[in-house]
Each structure stands twice: as C-alpha cells, then as structure tokens.
Design a protein around this ligand. Sequence first.
Ligand code: FDA
Length: 393
Amino acid sequence: MATTDVIIIGAGASGLVCAIEAGKRGRRVLVLDHQKHPGQKILMSGGGRCNFTNLCVEASNYISRNPHFCKSALSRFTQWDFIAKLDNHKIPFHERDHGQLFCDNSARDILEMLEAECRQAKVNFMFETQIKSVDRKNDQMFQVSTDKGEFTASSLVVATGGLSIPGVGATPLGYKIAESFNIKVWPPSPGLVPFTLQPQEKQRLAGLSGMSVDAVVSCGQTCFRENLLFTHRGLSGPVILQISVHWEPGQSLVVDLLPGVDLLSQLKQAQSERPRQQVKSMLTDLLPRRLVQAMVPAELAEAPLGSVSHTRFEQIAASLKQWEVKPGGTEGYRTAEVTKGGVDCDAISSKTMEATQKKGLYFIGEVLDVTGWLGGYNLQWAWSSGWVAGQYA
Ligand code: FDA
C-alpha cells in the first residue's frame, strides 16, 4: 500500500491543472488514469487546435442547476491567467469569432505545456490503471484500489470528466464515486451535440445535406445566431450545438432562416413591383434554391407573386422565419462535446471544490453539473476549477 498526499483520478484538462497547483504547494501528487496518455480531449479539442478559452468568460456562459456556483473559480483563475501561461511558454495563438482563442500550431502545445509544468511540480502519473474501488478508510484517508495496487491519500480529487466520446476513455466513474459518498448526481445527457430529425422531416430535408446557412435558432427563451448545417442525419453547425445545451427531449426549436430580413414586407413589395415574378425566383435571391424547394410547397413556389394572397405570404414567411422543428433526438455521446448534468454543485464548496459533507473529497471539471457554451468555456471551467482545487487538496 503506497501513501501519498493527493490522489487525482483523471489526467485530463482539470486533473492536470490541479496536479500542477497541488504539486507547487509541495504536496505529493499521484495522478491515476486508465488511458495510455494524458489529455486526450485536449488533443481533440477545437479540431486539433484547442479552443482553450474565450476573451469574454462570464457565469452566464454556463448552464448549471446552481448558476452562481462557477463564479468564484472563474474569477480566481481567469482566462487571462491561462493566457499568461501560454505567453510564458511562448505558445502562439489567435482569436477567432466571438472571442474564441485557438493555438496557431496544435493542441499538443497546450498538453506539452501542462506536462512540463507537472514535471516541474514533481507530479507522479500512473497510466493504464484500472480503478477497482474508492473507499474512505477512516476519517483521515481515502483508499483507491487499482489493478496495480492500493493507494491512500488524505485528499482525493475526482477529475474524470463527462461521458462524451467513450472511445477516448470517458466513463461514469466520477458519478459513481459521488453517489457512493451520498452526493447527488443530476442525470447526465449529451450536450454541444447535433440533432437527429423525425423520419418525415429527415426525408423532406435529405437533399440539403452539406448546406450551411446563417440562422437564429430558439428553444424556449434562449436563442443563438450562427451557422446552421444540414447533415444527412439532421441538423448541426455552431448554432445547433449551442442550443442543444438548452434543449430537453420533446421540446421544439424555432428556426429563423432569414435573420434580420422582414420577409413579409419584401414579398408584398416584390408583388407590387414584379407581379409576374415567380415566388421561388424572388426567394432564391435570399436563400439557396434547394432550401426554398424543400421549405415552400411546389404549387406556391411556382405561382407568380401577383396571384398569391397576403395570407399565403404570411404562411411562406412563417415557414422560413418561424420554422418549427421537433428533433427526434441527439447524435448522443458518440459526437457530443460535453455532458450536461453531473455532480450536484450544491454539495460542493464553490471556494475550494471540496464536498461540503466529505472532507478531503474534491470534484473538478466536467464531472460537475457545470456546462459551458461552445467557444472555449468548457476548457476554461476545467482550468479554473482544477486550479482552485489545487490550492486546497
Ligand atoms: P477530461 O475528459 O479532459 O479528462 C477526464 C480524464 O479522466 C481522462 O483522461 C479519462 O481517461 C479519465 N478517466 C475517465 N474515466 C476514468 C476511469 N474510470 N478510470 C481512470 N481514469 C478515468 N472544450 C473547449 O473549451 N474548447 C474546445 O475546443 C473543445 N473541443 C472539444 C472537442 C471534442 C471532440 C470534445 C469531446 C470535447 C471538446 N471540448 C472543448 C470539451 C473539453 O474537452 C472538456 O470539457 C474538458 O476536457 C473537460 O475536462 P475534464 O478534466 O473535466 O475531463
């Protein structure tokens, strides 16, 4: 049985930052992971360039049953603190739309930076290690049994992430550990994920696969404006990934395919100016032809503008500006970037990330019920929560 000060389960984004910080305090840190290498999701992130943070990070960019929970960590280790790390390591990066920051070269730059800081902080790692059980030995120590032996420590940090992309090692271990210590877990579900369509809608839109248009998509009170991508299974693109975090099964979305365009007025104006023009020819000045074909019934699309009533114009405008679509579901954890739900933040101290009823037990990163928008927010949460836990574990 080996004893150390801190055991961290999970060598991902949050676990690595926590390990660095705890190691810098002189704590003996052991990181356990069942994968062969650390930071697999960091390497996948941002299409390989890692959208590592955002210039504007606020609590309102996160969804949680406890919307205030993330505030403290985000304000103590900010996007500027992470940017300073990159500057120290001379890692080049650039800004894209909406303040998103990406590496110029590769996500590997970030992972190598974190690995180098772990070495400096004398962090120990054990990879390809299967966790068999986690117990509280007495009031002081946690005991972790693995296929490579037993380890005890006074602090245990759970940094096992969410369930998305099982192929790179995602498991529900963190949720199970929480439940075994009587900590509530909100049901996990895929987030930042494409939608599938109901069979009829899927058939109607089959010809649009690959097409991308600017759109506003609303779900209840929440809406986003970005690109919408039609896929052979359903709907994707940034606007869909963003809204997916706010969507619950059974809910409908409302899609405006012509944001900022007063289509009804334009139809009426075209009718008075060009009554012989076909409806579809007027609409294809605004939208791709295939999209018009799929959304507007043929007999209406073929009609000359002069022969169409204003009531019918209202129907056309509604079908393009208030298209109500009820997703069949999501593409699931296979493609989801994050997991919604997770360990109940009410059971965790927002100042330390320690379980309020279980001294020495910490939860950080995506395993918690904190889900960021698309745009670098999830990694910033991993860095911030990992940093905070690293000050106390
Ligand atoms: P993370 O998933 O990073 O690490 C968890 C670790 O725990 C892993 O190393 C895993 O092997 C280990 N583990 C799990 N179960 C275990 C078990 N049973 N035993 C031992 N070890 C176990 N975010 C963002 O802000 N910008 C972006 O560009 C992207 N892009 C992106 C692309 C793709 C394809 C995905 C899937 C995700 C993103 N994300 C993202 C999300 C981001 O990657 C994610 O939120 C963070 O990596 C979460 O960090 P954690 O440390 O919580 O978990």
